[in-house]
Ligand binder design. Sequence first.
Ligand code: ATP
Ligand code: MG
Ligand code: MG
Length: 384
Amino acid sequence: MDKTVGVLGGGQLGRMLAEAANLLEIKVIFLESGNLSPAKQVSNQYDHIDGSFKDPEAVKSLAAKSDVVTIEIEHVNTDILEEISKTGTDVQPHWRTIRTIQDKYAQKELLQNHGVATAQSLPLATASVQDLEKASAALGLPLMLKSRKEAYDGRGNFPVKTKDDFKAALDALGSNKEVYAEKWANFRIELAVMVVKTKDQVLSFPTVETIHENSICKLTYTPARGVSKTIDKQAQDLAKKAVACFEGKGVFGVEMFLLEDDTLLINEIAPRPHNSGHYTIEACPVSQYEAHLRAILDLPLLAKDLELREPAIMLNILGGDSEDSHKNFARQALKQRRTKVHLYGKGKARKGRKMGHITVTAPTMSEAEEIIQPMIDYVDKDKP
Ligand code: ATP
Ligand code: MG
Ligand code: MG
């Protein structure tokens, strides 16, 4: 607990990490531009670094002040992480893990090589109609065209339904970008599992059902509804097997598709705390944020710490049409019982941006569903 943790990035995941660290008097410093990022607002330290998490000099300054360096975003410069770890900084998870995972195709290739089932994927030699033709001949249509790097919240995905979409898809993702094609997954539902890799164990939180709208996570339900105990366990086992393929310690978010025939496929892995694990703050003895700190600092962590206390539903608060839409939502949510409101301190809302979330926990899932329904209706009221 006496070590200083340096974090690349300082958004909402960093903010919730700092909140967990504060309870244990673990010093966390952030590398992020400005002094008022969501994470820095809740962490009063003199030695935060003002800069870009892609800037080598800034990363070196962070490393010089930290015992362990970690990330809250995977789109970082891994050359510099490699360099600082070779000169003695403890980087968690391992820089090679971050490098592989930040390229969504390389990530899938590694998993396939370890016998972990993922959606079938083919890299395009060039981002051209001709190469997309070839991929669609192999994978069939529809398919999902994806950017290999810098993707989040569905930016970097383009559903290709017919050949007429080829050009639009390539234009949308940028013709000079590296892209790959993924076989369309006709999933029944999407699942996610937060996995914790410690120095000698791979543990998992419960299986979560995730609901995405326009490729952005909207809701999570824990335990996953309509999923048998067997599948719930299979999902946790698959997630643990996937994370065990990667070096280093920390929390990983594993997103999965459950197909109509109950086959589970990995969609993607995040090497850090994840949106689908926010519910753990209220619903589990140890949250994903605290679990990440315990893992990277070699503090005790038991499987029992990750069990669900009571059913939980999380609803993301996305920016709406007005700059204070998230505050209006929060005012409504405060009227609800058993509802925890989290706002991230991002200032004015931008449409579609993650501004906060709410978590409802209750003794039964149906009670939690009943409580949260008015808030789902509230966010759906402006839907076209
Ligand atoms: P995140 O914010 O989770 O990092 P991302 O931008 O990396 O998102 P993906 O996780 O690849 O995007 O995809 C976002 C969503 O798009 C998925 O959760 C799923 O709903 C849908 N999707 C992605 N790949 C496929 C696929 N192969 N077939 C069908 N739907 C898909
Ligand atoms: Mg992603
Ligand atoms: Mg995703």
